[in-house]
Design a protein around this ligand. Structure first.
Ligand code: MN
Length: 235
């Protein structure tokens, strides 16, 4: 669980991401964070503190609160703890170039035999390919599991049935940063991102009713259509 891969992939003279160094602090629970990241592809970086680093999985569609929905989670290199504070823009051409939002954060705890697990339980469950845990974040909470599917880096992130389940899409219903309250577009704008990165960041925000209305109103065909009587719902 070293930060070697993390550092090798980055040029810290060019990116504002932390190099990592601060060692794990104890006594406040284990850190949990999800960073929404519009790199070459949009994904949600799901990170859990373990033995002084953040274990990391890239979840392309983000978490689902529906126990029937299993979300692909690709294991990636462990990240430094101070990465949890990073919200901003990684320069174009750099590793992971694009906008990063702190989408959720809080604490997590491993679960073993329906009780609080320890580091050894986490090691054992990771090796076995089935990590059980509870989250206590601003957006996500309750019981979850990560299950490895093929012995490789591919896992599934699954919500367990409890009082926190929902069929609402939490990524759409609750899209803003839990730290700054900003959208992806606002984070990119504040960081002085390039036009291309700005457009990509904006495209990663769920279309709001206002944004859809503005877009529709700017299209002549849509304007023409909107003058004709609306069809009855369901037709
Ligand atoms: Mn990422």
């Amino acid at each position: 669980m070293s930060l070697e891969d993390y550092r090798r992939k980055r040029d810290f003279s060019r990116t504002g991401e932390p190099r990592g160094g601060a060692q794990g602090r104890r006594g406040r629970g284990l850190a949990y964070v999800i960073q929404k990241h519009r790199a070459s592809q949009l994904h949600y970086d799901f990170r859990l503190e373990h033995r002084g680093v953040m274990l990391s999985w890239a979840v392309p569609k983000g978490p689902s609160l529906d126990p029937a929905v299993k979300r692909l989670a690709m294991e990636t290199e462990p990240h430094p703890l101070d990465y949890n504070q990073f919200e901003g823009v990684i320069p174009e051409g750099e590793y992971g170039g694009g906008t990063v939002m702190i989408w959720d954060r809080g604490v997590w705890a491993p679960v073993a035999d329906n009780k609080l697990g320890d580091d050894a339980d986490v090691d054992r469950q990771l090796a076995k390919g089935e990590l059980k845990f509870v989250l206590l974040g601003k957006k996500l909470a309750g019981s979850w599991t990560l299950v490895r599917t093929r012995g490789g880096r591919q896992w599934l992130l699954i919500k367990h049935r409890d009082e926190h389940v929902s069929t609402d899409d939490v990524t759409v219903a609750n899209p803003r940063s839990v730290v700054s309250g900003r959208t992806m577009a606002a984070i990119a704008r504040v960081a002085g991102a390039s036009e291309r990165q700005l457009a990509r960041a904006a495209g990663a925000d769920p279309a709001t009713t206002e944004a859809r209305a503005a877009k529709a109103a700017s299209r002549p065909a849509a304007r023409a259509r909107s003058r004709s009587p609306r069809r009855a719902a369901g037709s």
